[in-house]
Design a protein around this ligand. Structure first.
Ligand code: NDP
Length: 450
């Protein structure tokens, strides 16, 4: 596979020190090898060379004033990767680790995820190396306003429509939308994940977690199994993790863990959702406080877990839902999951499994829902929010939820049928990557060399 080696070498020279980006590119290239061999149009049109280079990368200074009156400066990004299938679409991440390589990996994944949904949306991603932890409301607002003061000139309801991601929820979207409106004097559907009070969509908050559980349900049903009575491991305790836990309960499963960067809660009776929402959605508290209300649970501090991996994955259970961040589930974790009898891994987060972990999971023939398929419910519901904004309509919770369910079923079928077409029916990584790639690559050929 010299083209994989050549592409990665070229990217290492043209875009140095972007390890997560090379990892994401390598995973896609490994999957699409059979398509490139079967159809030489993709090589003749230099699709790989073009699709690995963003159409546009915007990096900017974000100055703001903290509560003590000191001037702070962060770095902002918006990477507009591909507009082949529609306006750039993808979230904004505010986290101290954000850099160009992380935003590029997320933007690259987004191209194929969005293509797989079958909806008219291109791929993009953005964010800043801003750490929202411990910041006051006023500081968050001033940061968001400064961020939008540069970003507004690059986005629009038909050009680029950002949403939330790690560190960016309804509050941050609200502050950014307010500043966009003030700068442009327009009330556009320029951001998704808005509050239900002023243009948001029902189910958007729940969509990624709910969609991931629907995807898991379709994978299990395909093997004659179901979610009922299954013990589940969930990592993270943010937006995706909370609504994964909520939907697991609704469908008869029992989630027993959640985590944050301070450690892991293990509650064998089942995570108490009300306590978790209160800690994380209302009070932004540390996870360890969960024990004050549930002494039967245990807390494993991240600092007590120095070995390779994450405490969540060392607990025996039926199903696993990594929902925190990239590379949080290592090869050693995957081996522990297999040894513990786990049957399924569905990725709520983006690229949470290392390549070594993916190999272990596929070799053991577990059901494996890669993020670009399993967590596509978030961006799909964002597109439903765009559709409602553009038509000045407001759909009910049940209406959006049933559309979400249908979209997740379509994504599952596209990934499964494409995997079968290429002789590896259990391999949804291959199926998702090829199905997404073919749609966007064929459209690129039809649109000429741009
Ligand atoms: P949130 O900011 O709401 O929550 C993130 C959670 O992950 C927090 O509990 C956080 O803990 C934990 N976390 C983050 N980094 C680390 C780390 N290095 N080690 C341990 N825990 C960590 O983000 P979301 O729930 O929105 O996003 C989670 C994942 O899902 C991301 O990969 C995101 O890209 C992906 N995703 C999100 C979508 C959405 O609609 N929101 C859509 C599709 C994918 P702490 O607070 O301590 O940092």
């Amino acid at each position: 596979m010299t083209y994989i080696h050549d592409t990665i070498t070229r990217l290492q020279h043209s875009s140095p020190a972007q390890a997560e980006f090379y990892q994401a590119v390598e995973e896609v290239l490994e999957s699409i090898g059979p398509v490139l061999e079967a159809d030489d149009r993709y090589r003749r049109h230099s699709i790989i060379e073009r699709i690995t280079e963003p159409e546009r990368q915007i990096m900017f200074r974000v100055p703001w004033v903290d509560d003590a009156g000191n001037v702070q400066v962060n770095k902002g990004y918006r990477i507009e990767f591909s507009s082949t299938l529609g306006p750039y679409k993808g979230g904004l991440r505010f986290h101290r680790n954000v850099n160009a390589g992380i935003i590029k990996f997320l933007g690259f994944e987004q191209i194929f995820k969005n293509a797989l949904t079958g909806l008219p949306i291109g791929g993009g991603k953005g964010g800043a190396n801003f750490d929202p932890k411990g910041k006051s409301n006023g500081e968050i607002m001033r940061f968001c306003q400064s961020f939008m003061t540069e970003l507004y000139r690059h986005i629009g309801p038909n050009t680029d429509v950002p949403a939330g991601d790690i560190g960016v929820g309804t509050r941050e979207i609200g502050y950014m939308f307010g500043q966009y409106k003030r700068l442009t004097a327009r009330y556009d559907g320029v951001l998704t994940g808005k509050s239900l009070l002023w243009g948001g969509s029902a189910v958007r908050k729940e969509a990624t977690g709910y969609g991931c559980v629907y995807f898991a349900q379709y994978m299990l049903e395909d093997r004659g199994d179901s979610l009922t009575g299954k013990t589940c491991l969930v990592s993270g305790s943010g937006n995706v993790a909370i609504y994964t836990i909520e939907k697991l309960y609704q469908l008869g499963a029992c989630p027993v863990t959640c985590s944050d960067s301070s450690g892991t809660i293990y509650h064998p009776d089942g995570i108490d959702l009300e306590t978790l929402k209160d800690l994380k959605e209302v009070r932004s508290a540390r996870l360890e406080e969960y024990l004050e209300r549930h002494p039967g649970a245990s807390f494993i501090p991240a600092s007590d877990y120095p070995c390779d991996g994450h405490a969540v994955w060392r607990i025996a259970a039926d199903l696993a839902f990594p929902s925190a961040t990239q590379n949080e589930l290592t090869e050693a974790d995957a081996q522990a999951l297999v040894a513990g009898g786990c049957k399924l891994v569905a990725e709520g987060a983006n690229m949470p499994c290392t390549q070594g972990a993916v190999d272990v999971i596929l070799d053991a023939r577990l059901c494996y829902g890669p993020g670009k398929a399993a967590n596509a419910g978030g961006v799909s519901t964002s597109q439903l929010e765009m559709a409602q904004n553009a038509s000045m309509q407001c759909w009910s919770f049940d209406e959006v939820d049933s559309k979400l369910k249908a979209i997740m079923a379509n994504i599952f079928r596209a990934a499964r049928d494409t995997a079968a077409e290429f002789g590896e029916p259990h391999n949804l990584v291959l199926g998702a990557n090829i199905a997404g790639f073919r749609r966007v690559a064929d459209a690129m050929i039809e649109q000429g060399v741009v």
